[in-house]
Design a protein. Sequence first.
Length: 121
Amino acid sequence: MASFIKLDSTNLVQNGYNNTWRYEFAGSSVNFVDTQMAIQSISLYASDFNIDSLAFGNTSFKIEVPTAGTTSTISVTLSDGWYSYADINRNIQTALGSAGAHLIDGSGNNVYFIQLEGNST
């Protein structure tokens, strides 16, 4: 007989390492003598937002794009969530594309002159 046990942040043991969870079985009659248990599956999600309007105030930014003799400002707004560099770059490219702030190469591909990348140092 299989049973589902959900472990979340309420089960996290505050040891400073975020690596131990504890589950308390309801009732006092739990007896695991001569019992076998197995884990069928574990799902770990990156659920901490890295873009968060309340926690970090980092959901919007502006890009200045040069135009004929002046500049144009393009605003980019992200919803709260977890974003990779590729996700943020897609949002930037969508905003720039909507504003016509890109070039088209000889093969018909859009060319954008901004790209976010991670720094390994």
